[in-house]
Design a protein around this ligand. Structure first.
Ligand code: ATP
Length: 138
């Protein structure tokens, strides 16, 4: 799934998207298309809201599989991080409008991951970038 997302978005945005991964041996029972959509939304956002390389990391822990999407772009304030998964929420309307989204992507991503019993966490600093991490139970 991840390699296919990288292939399409690196061409669409003409961007370097680097994948770091250990050997992952776990199989997860999941809706493949929905998981594709959730990861696609995070990588697409990373491309829209930053200008440099994107780093993807897949890791296997004792109880969960994590997929992190890291960008070095605009970042998000603590206040915005609290609302980012709300439907139709967009940061700074003027800034976001040039990329023409609806504010639904992250809400959809969040509900897909929740439906799989997982969570999404954010680490972000304004003007330094953001890391969105999907945690899926094994
Ligand atoms: P769409 O519904 O078409 O995806 P969108 O990108 O505006 O539109 P969301 O994906 O829900 O919608 O994102 C909500 C807002 O969160 C965005 O408008 C943007 O301001 C902010 N945002 C999302 N991802 C990032 C990111 N990686 N870096 C900085 N800001 C982000």
């Amino acid at each position: 799934i991840i390699r296919s997302i990288i292939r399409s978005l690196s061409v669409a945005y003409d961007r370097e998207i680097i994948l770091y991964t250990d050997q992952v041996n776990t199989e997860i029972s999941a809706d493949k298309q929905k998981i594709y959509q959730a990861i696609y939304i995070l990588v697409d956002n990373a491309c829209k809201y930053s200008d440099s390389d994107i780093h993807l990391q897949v890791k296997e822990g004792p109880t969960e599989l994590t997929i992190s999407v890291k960008d070095f772009g605009e970042g998000l304030s603590k206040e915005d991080q609290q609302h980012i998964f709300d439907r139709f929420y967009r940061v700074d309307k003027a800034r976001s409008r040039k990329s023409g989204g609806t504010g639904l992507g992250l809400a959809i991503c969040h509900s897909i991951i929740q439906a799989h019993g997982g969570t999404i966490t954010i680490e972000s600093e304004l003007n330094e970038g953001s890391t969105f991490t999907i945690h899926l139970p094994k």
